[in-house]
Write a protein that binds this ligand. Sequence first.
Ligand code: GLU
Length: 299
Amino acid sequence: MAEVYKGRFAPSPTGLLHAGSLVAALAGWLDARIHGGQWLVRIEDVDIPRCVPGADQAILQQLAACGMTPDGPVLWQSQRGDAYAAALQGLVHQGWAYPCGCSRKEIESAQAVARHSAAVYPGTCRDGLNGKPARAWRLNVQAVQAALGLPAITHWHDRRLGAQQQNVCAEVGDFVLRRADGLWAYQLAVVLDDAMQGVGHVVRGQDLADNTARQIVLQHALGLPTPQYLHTPLVLGADGEKLSKQNGALALDLQHPVQALNKAAQVLGLPTVNENTPLRQALADWTALQNRNPKAHPR
Ligand code: GLU
């Protein structure tokens, strides 16, 4: 029997949806529809200090106003702490996760000495804390790759961007699974939840593409399947940066959902629609969008 398509939209409730987030939501929703599959919504509220009270419900209302209601129960990451803890414990048992006692300052100075780029953790605590108290927990990427016979360079395919690759050790280093403030890191939560929800298709904004190789390494470490990925074009603010609250993104206007959906459709290269456009046409256009190389078709 063919596997049932399951996709998800995973907003962080740090504010309301805006024109940028609607693009990923619409793309995922259309992709699920065209595959005759299910589209789930997961509220990614692990970063509690950044969450805005009530934003989760408001986001669900915004989606509903656009005609996008999830095909299953909504999952809140804040209720998944036990699963995250169990997974971390498993990784520690395997010798694949270790405590890190470095402060941000210590990491920066170690990076300067090793001439590492600012994004790469230099592995200071990999072989022990040297008397420092444990702060964060990190994945020992090299140990995982060696034990499982994974290549140093993680190759993956994006349905829109094409062939992608990253050397996680060299370009990121041992990344955080549990933060120094005790909060669960996005990478661990997202990998566990995608697997638990049976998500085989991840459709999300292109700004997240850079996390994918890390997530693939972690999926291997946890014995979980790797979904297929599709990263959607970003909406840029007036300053040329990704649209965000900081550069003036306005919350979606619930009074005019079709207008908002049309703007999102335009970003995806779909023709604008009105209430009379058959959904079938929108789905056909969506199929044509896939595997389009954004470099060859700049938007
Ligand atoms: N929660 C993330 C965000 O709102 C999305 C994570 C994902 O789709 O993997 O940016």
